[in-house]
Design a protein around this ligand. Structure first.
Ligand SMILES: CC(C)(COP(=O)(O)OP(=O)(O)OC[C@H]1O[C@@H](n2cnc3c(N)ncnc32)[C@H](O)[C@@H]1OP(=O)(O)O)[C@@H](O)C(=O)NCCC(=O)NCCS
Length: 212
């Protein structure tokens, strides 16, 4: 594969939003909002442009990962700065070939080199454990509503960075999408049918595993 990873350039913004839509459509819920998230994330103050990477195959974008600053809000009220990533997307026809892993591995190492110590994400542990992510619960990290959930995972880029740190993971505000604005944004893309699909049950299964 003639695959290269490079910083996202303005010329591919729309193509990256299209491929994000293709990757997420009907996967976690009927339709998706992640292409709108990609669109608004770039303008957010919490966005980290240095970690916005595109995978290009034969010169065409086929995958993308974006990061933003978030925090773990400690019981003392002190925020501990962390990174989060998402969306991370690979065109459906090219999934399972290592492109997502290449994007994640490359940017995690870059994040470490840039001085970031911790990454906290929501995602399927069946996928993210391979990169060293562990359940947030292992570190005492809860959702912002105070729940432990296996989808909430953390990675120490710097060994023991989370020693003595616990609390609630508060994602950058940009992740709280305006769903009406997302609908309007989607209207400019080719029409697609929203459907209930088997992959959505995995997402619901993970959601149902929340506990205190
Ligand atoms: C998740 C995603 C970015 C991974 O990219 P990719 O290029 O397909 O991943 P890789 O080829 O590096 O890794 C493929 C492996 O991950 C597994 N995998 C991919 N997505 C997974 C998921 N949601 N849950 C569990 N395993 C998953 C594959 O089964 C495969 O396993 P194997 O190595 O044991 O065969 C891509 O599948 C995608 O865009 N999915 C739709 C959007 C999405 O769900 N993004 C992540 C949101 S948390």
């Amino acid at each position: 594969m003639n695959l290269i990873l490079r910083r996202e350039r303005t010329e591919v913004f729309h193509r990256v939003e299209e491929l994000t839509r293709e990757a997420f459509w009907n996967v976690h819920e009927p339709g998706c909002n992640e292409h709108f998230l990609a669109h608004v994330l770039r303008d957010s103050l919490d966005f980290i442009a240095e970690l916005d990477y595109v995978a290009e195959l034969d010169g065409k974008p086929v995958g993308n990962i974006m990061y933003a600053r978030s925090v773990i809000l400690q019981p003392s009220g002190l925020p501990y700065p962390v990174l989060t990533f998402g969306p991370v997307s690979v065109l459906p026809s090219l999934q399972g070939k290592g492109i997502g892993s290449a994007l994640i591995t490359h940017t995690l190492e870059l994040a470490r080199q840039l001085g970031h110590a911790v990454v906290v994400i929501y995602g399927d542990p069946a996928y993210y454990a391979r990169f060293g992510f562990r359940a947030g619960e292992d570190f005492g990290i809860r959702t912002k509503d105070g729940w432990f959930n296996p989808a909430l995972q953390a990675l120490e880029l710097v060994p023991l960075a989370l020693k003595g740190i616990s609390g609630s993971f508060v994602e950058a505000d940009v992740y709280n999408l305006d769903t009406q604005a997302a609908e309007q944004f989607d209207a400019d893309f080719p029409p697609r049918t929203k459907e209930v699909t088997p992959s959505q049950s995995r997402y619901l299964e993970l959601l149902s595993q929340s506990h205190r």
